[in-house]
Design a protein around this ligand. Sequence first.
Ligand code: ZN
Length: 112
Amino acid sequence: MPIYEYRCKRCNAEFSALIIRSEDESKIRCERCTSTKLTRLLSRFSYHQSEDSRLRDFDPEKPRDDTFYKDSRNIGLWAKKRAKDLGADLGPKFDEVVERARTGKIIDDYEK
Ligand SMILES: [Zn+2]
């Protein structure tokens, strides 16, 4: 599933959106001003964003909507950011837990 980056022609906000079906694109609105006048940025894809930059851009205070949780790469990001801010050493064990959360293996375990 591709994630595209958009820039709002009205307020210049940049954001990314997950496009599952091609018709979803017509429903996309600017996250800041809800304008539908958007430019798709072809040069940059979220998949190429490093985890470091995801952590840097990620704002834990910002309310998260459904789309945040639909992106499995965001799972564990909040905890990771918090721990990093606190200067905690998470160690490889934490990465493993986050990785399992991302791949849905933890959810599978609970269902058994
Ligand atoms: Zn806008």
